[in-house]
Design a protein around this ligand. Structure first.
Ligand SMILES: [Zn+2]
Length: 58
């Protein structure tokens, strides 16, 4: 296995899917490669959390 360069679906930037991450994905049984760079993944997580907070307060 070697590091792979993937293109983020959201921002179109290239990011590295490292050997270690590939091993992690395999171990977890994920068949798909990540579609987003770490920054976009983080941003989406944050956004989801914000949405949850909002609906919680209603
Ligand atoms: Zn991105």
């Amino acid at each position: 296995m070697a590091d792979k360069t993937l293109v983020c679906k959201d921002c179109g930037k290239e990011f590295i899917f490292t050997e270690g991450e590939q091993a992690f994905y395999k171990e977890k049984g994920f068949e798909n490669e990540p579609l987003r760079c770490p920054e976009c993944r983080k941003a989406r997580k944050q956004q989801r959390r914000n949405n949850e907070n909002r609906s919680f307060r209603k």
